[in-house]
Design a protein around this ligand. Structure first.
Ligand SMILES: *Cc1c(COP(=O)(O)O)cnc(C)c1O
Length: 430
């Protein structure tokens, strides 16, 4: 616990100098000062403890200070923290890339390691654009996506984000103009709407000559609005993209590594995309790392082109520390116990959030895997919500009209209950 004047001084400096995500400078609402995190608990500098229902933006799936992850990092740091990846290679990155090929849908063979999710989407789009250039189809340079998506904050990924969430109006003339279709009908179990499926098919056929790729988040649209859809639409996209000679990109940065109940959301549809992005939970939430995987065909197309290289190479590509902790995280997932944990959390979230349906102002309650969402009919009052949640010992970060949780898989039943009770109470006041 830090003395009160120290806390005050740090927060003053934070307000004066530190830019936080999606915020103005200086910030209007001061952030909470965290001193330590262990298991599923954040310890604040003022001594309070909060159960983290966010997994630090969906990444810390095994919780904090996990012994296996801590050990992997401390052992790796005694060998090397980093070496450049151009002309050099190392066991942690080789093991990681091979493991990713093994566990992702069959057909994805090659792995480009990146330093963040947004960069992995940049690389995915570059792969698709360059593939068509290499095979002499330079006209194929637009992307098609559905509304309600989120793919990162750098410019090309921003162009395939939902036009409102991605602030396309602000960036008109700067962002490439992509092809948008309506968002998929809401609901994992909602029967397929044939007319929506037809909309997808017709849009891809109509734009086939100018389309490099269709880019979507499979099954769960995360930061674009926490919506779930029927996996059948992914099969529709796979069929029509194959028919029309358009590549298919799945952004599994939010859904990867078990969050929706399968290791990857593509498995719900039994579909292999041509290119796939993973990130967030890849390192168990310890370090920033993502990866772009592609098929033999995409890699070969690029490598036989006029410019036969993928001109991309982040300074910290393949970082050994991040690779080592990612390998340890995959090791924890490999015994499959995550599957029962996610199922248990799913049941518990369903039970615990059911009461929110009766709260005035709540328009929808939905759960899939270890994701629980309460949607209001108005934007959440963040200050009120944060106070309501933290006073109940819970850390969540609502956005827009959504109070949601994506807890670590190791969260106990009683801690899930703490989170869902706080969500129901907050829905009534925020
Ligand atoms: C978070 C996220 C990204 C961006 O990842 P960063 O590591 O924040 O750059 C891209 N796509 C999806 C689906 C995400 O959830």
């Amino acid at each position: 616990m830090a003395p009160e004047p120290v806390i005050r001084r740090l927060l003053e400096l934070d307000t004066r100098h530190v830019w936080h995500p999606y915020g103005p400078m200086p910030a209007t609402v001061p952030p909470l000062l965290v001193e330590e995190a262990a298991g599923v608990r954040l310890r604040l500098a003022d001594g309070r403890e909060l159960v983290d229902g966010m997994s630090s933006w969906w990444a810390a799936i095994h919780g904090y200070r996990h012994p296996a992850l801590d050990t992997a990092l401390t052992e790796q740091i005694t060998r090397m923290s980093h070496v450049m990846f151009g002309g050099l290679t190392h066991e942690p990155a080789i093991t990681l890339a091979s493991a990713l090929v093994d566990i992702t849908p069959a057909g994805l063979e090659h792995v480009f390691l990146c330093d963040s999710g947004s960069v992995s989407v940049e690389v995915a789009l570059k792969m698709c654009l360059q593939y068509w250039r290499s095979v002499g189809r330079r006209g194929k340079r637009r992307m098609l996506t559905w509304r309600g998506g989120y793919h990162g904050d750098t410019f090309h990924p921003m162009s395939v984000c939902d036009p409102e969430g991605g602030m396309h109006a602000l960036w008109r003339g700067v962002l490439p103009e992509q092809v948008f279709v309506p968002a998929p009908p809401s609901g994992f179990d909602t029967p397929v709407d044939p007319s929506y499926a037809d909309t997808l098919v017709r849009a891809v056929r109509e734009h086939a000559d100018e389309l490099a790729a269709v880019v979507v988040e499979p099954v769960v649209q995360g930061a674009g609005g926490m919506q779930f859809h029927n996996p059948e639409y992914l099969r529709v996209l796979r069929e029509v993209t194959e028919e029309c000679g358009v590549l298919l990109v799945f952004d599994e940065i939010a859904t990867g590594f078990g969050r929706t109940g399968t290791l990857f959301a593509a498995e719900h549809a039994g579909v292999t995309p041509d290119v796939m992005c993973v990130g967030k939970a890849l390192t168990g939430g310890y370090l920033t790392m993502a990866a772009t995987l592609c098929t033999f065909e995409v890699a070969e197309g690029i490598s036989r082109g006029e410019v036969p290289v993928l001109a991309h190479g982040p300074t910290f590509m393949g970082n050994p520390l991040a690779s080592a902790v990612a390998n340890a995280s995959l090791g924890l997932l490999s015994d499959g116990t995550w599957r029962e944990e996610v199922r248990r959390i799913e049941r518990r979230l369903r039970d615990g959030l059911a009461a929110a349906r009766d709260v005035p102002g709540v328009v929808d309650v939905r759960v899939l895997g270890a994701i629980g969402v309460v949607q209001l009919d108005h934007p959440v009052d963040m200050a009120v919500a944060t106070e309501a949640l933290t006073s109940r010992g819970v850390w969540l970060r609502p956005f827009r009209d959504l109070i949601y949780t994506m807890p670590p898989y190791v969260t106990s039943d009683s801690d899930i209950d703490l989170i869902t009770d706080a969500m129901v109470a907050t829905a009534g006041v925020a």
